[in-house]
Design a protein around this ligand. Structure first.
Ligand code: ZN
Length: 460
């Protein structure tokens, strides 16, 4: 990357605040076939369980879709605080959890669990507690069986990769708590309401098991004589069975690692480190000649390739709206041609809160922020900065310290780093320590998608 002083100054700015929102519906309407398959699934899913649960929207404006995934058509929008009757849940092929809800009296819809929360209790109406159906997938199905502990679990996987697990829990199994204290929740996941707390050595009757959206197993227990609850399996064990290894806390904390301005001579090194830790990240790329294979490698290894700029030249990009789109379209089309990815995820050079753009066109950022959103793009700033753009090869210890101080108590973090070659060698060197630190703090790592939480700087 050619040297760019403005960029370095701007990229160093730390996010002022976080705005969570979701922008406009952009997906074209699809035919009815998705709905048909999904309705079949719900009939089965609803059979043994009566839900008194409610889905409350937590994102600012959330797309309601015809199926559990961003590739389903958008059938409407729901704003923050609205609540809907919960119908069922399902993980899509990317492992993301979606909730089905009663959208209108006549229509059902789906929202991403990352932008909503489930409240209330689920009551099992099956005649015995020995059997519980947890998730049901669409047909056609393939069925596999295996043993989990001494329980028989039947898993069904449909072509989209959604897994159904039906547990035949033995009636006389006992869950022993090994953590201290352990939260008891209303559902199988850390995002469910805490209904109580228990402590080491306490024993409960096992009612069932279920995996949450992060793949963690939860035990359903008879918490009190009248109440059931869920505990995470890493903090408890089933009496008489081998104990699971000691847990790592996640608490639903998510880290989005982001690398701007690449690809570069560092790209492969960064990818190797990410692979080593089994971590997915996001690369906001610019155009560089002779680096085709690196753009492709980012995608091949399962990361998100996102758009930064073709030229990274502020005098062109921020001169006018037209100038901005000329540049954005060029990098969009280059990435699409090179990798096959039609990316809708962007980061403005300098971030959306940059003020240098005023030099070229006063107020242009306000125009661009609303314009890109209307045009179906999702723009991301950051709320943790490594500070690697404040100079050439900023000390590794300084980069790590910057991340640590930036993280604070944030639940969702978007960490800004750069993939710009020789001057950012220390970013590569600091990366393993940064990942280890965040893992220790309980973050799970995700690459950005169009459904991800938007970390956006406050309007200036
Ligand atoms: Zn940049």
């Amino acid at each position: 990357m050619k040297s760019c002083k403005f960029k370095q100054i701007l990229c160093a700015a730390v996010a002022a605040a976080t705005i969570l929102s979701l922008s406009a519906c952009v997906m074209p309407i699809k035919e009815e076939k998705n709905l048909a398959a999904e309705d079949a699934a719900v009939m089965v899913a609803n059979a043994p369980v009566v839900s008194t649960q409610t889905v409350i929207i937590t994102g600012k404006t959330v797309n309601v879709r015809s199926g559990p995934g961003t590739d389903f058509s958008c059938i409407g929008k729901a704003s923050k605080g609205k609540s809907f009757a919960y119908l069922s849940s399902k993980k899509n092929k990317n492992g993301k959890l979606w909730y089905k809800l009663q959208f209108t009296s006549a229509k059902t819809g789906w929202v991403s669990a990352s932008l909503s929360k489930l409240v209330g209790n689920q009551t099992t109406t099956a005649t015995t507690a020995a059997e519980s159906t947890t998730v049901t997938a669409t047909s056609p199905l393939t069925t596999t069986s295996h043993f989990y502990g001494s329980e028989r679990i039947t898993s069904k996987t449909d072509p989209s990769g959604t897994t159904t697990t039906t547990t035949k829990a033995a009636t006389k199994k006992t869950v022993v708590i090994k953590g201290n204290p352990v939260n008891v929740r209303s559902g199988a996941g850390a995002n469910y309401k805490k209904i109580g707390s228990t402590s080491k050595g306490k024993k409960y009757k096992l009612l069932g098991t279920k995996k949450d959206s992060k793949g963690k197993t939860w035990y359903k227990i008879q918490f009190t004589s009248s109440k059931t609850g869920w505990v995470i399996s890493t903090l408890a064990y089933i009496e008489g069975e081998k104990t699971s290894p000691t847990p790592k806390k996640t608490d639903g904390k998510v880290a989005y690692l982001t690398f701007d301005d690449g690809p570069s001579v560092n790209t492969i090194k960064i990818l190797d480190i990410l692979d080593q830790y089994n971590v997915k990240a996001t690369f906001f790329v610019v155009y560089h000649s002779n680096m085709k294979s690196r753009y492709q490698e980012i995608v091949k290894r399962g990361h998100t390739i996102a758009l930064h700029s073709y030229t990274h030249d502020y005098s062109k990009i921020y001169k006018s709206e037209k100038g901005y789109y000329n540049d954005l379209n060029k990098i969009h089309d280059y990435v699409e041609k090179t990798t096959g990815v039609d990316s809708k995820i962007i980061r403005f050079p300098g971030g959306s809160s940059n003020t240098v753009s005023n030099k070229y066109n006063k107020g242009i950022m306000r125009t661009l922020k609303s314009s890109v959103t209307k045009n179906g793009y999702y723009y991301h700033d950051w709320n943790v900065s490594s500070g690697d753009a404040t100079g050439r090869n900023v000390k590794v210890s300084k980069l790590i310290a910057n991340v640590k101080s930036g993280v604070g108590k944030k639940k969702v973090i978007n960490v800004l780093m750069h993939d710009t070659g020789k001057s950012k060698r220390t970013t590569v060197e600091a990366l393993p320590s940064i990942i280890e630190y965040l893992k220790k703090k309980g973050y799970s790592f995700e690459a950005l998608t169009t459904e991800s939480v938007l970390i956006q700087h406050k309007r200036k």
